[in-house]
Design a protein around this ligand. Structure first.
Ligand SMILES: [Zn+2]
Length: 175
């Protein structure tokens, strides 16, 4: 059965991605350390997940690393770590995810945490958040994870599916 088409990046989202790239808040992954054994908090979007993790595996394999990518997937990905995010429905989904990520890092004996958001993301659109706000949410997520688990190494990624179908993964330059 053919699946329904994925979302298409709209003009406003493309403009905001352009702003983040122009400001070098999003940069291509060149020379960044790619950690092969990681815990991930990302969006489980059924149209995107396979390609995103194929890309992540490819980055590891290109560096002769055997990947171990342990995923905690939820709609919106790292957006769930925001304070009072509407898609946590008034429940402490942020606090639960922080604890779950801490447990995952313990289970897998790694302190490397990949926080991912992506565009276009249905969960982000619904709340509503464009890429600029999604970037800010990555910063919040990083700060909260470091407050809870100070030894965490946070790798923030922003995946963009362009209107021509190409998928690009950028590194988010957070504080
Ligand atoms: Zn999504």
């Amino acid at each position: 059965m053919a699946r329904k088409p994925r979302l298409i990046l709209n003009t406003e989202e493309a403009d905001e991605i352009g702003t983040l790239l122009g400001d070098k808040r999003l940069v291509s992954i060149v020379g960044h350390k790619i950690w092969p054994h990681v815990v991930v908090c990302g969006c489980g979007d059924g149209h995107e997940e396979d390609d995103i993790y194929r890309h992540h595996h490819g980055l590891c394999k290109a560096r002769d690393e055997e990947p171990m990518i342990h995923k905690n997937l939820t709609d919106g990905g790292a957006l769930v770590l925001q304070w009072n995010w509407s898609l946590n429905f008034g429940l402490p989904g942020d606090e639960l995810m922080i604890k779950k990520l801490g447990a995952s890092m313990r289970f897998k004996e790694t302190n490397v945490l990949v926080l991912r958001v992506h565009a276009p993301c249905r969960a982000a659109r619904e709340t509503p958040m464009g890429p600029l706000k999604q970037f800010e949410a990555l910063q919040v997520g990083k700060s909260r994870m470091l407050a809870a688990y100070p030894k965490t190494v946070v790798c923030p990624f922003f995946d963009v599916r362009y209107a021509d179908g190409k998928l690009r993964t950028y590194f988010a330059e957070l504080d």
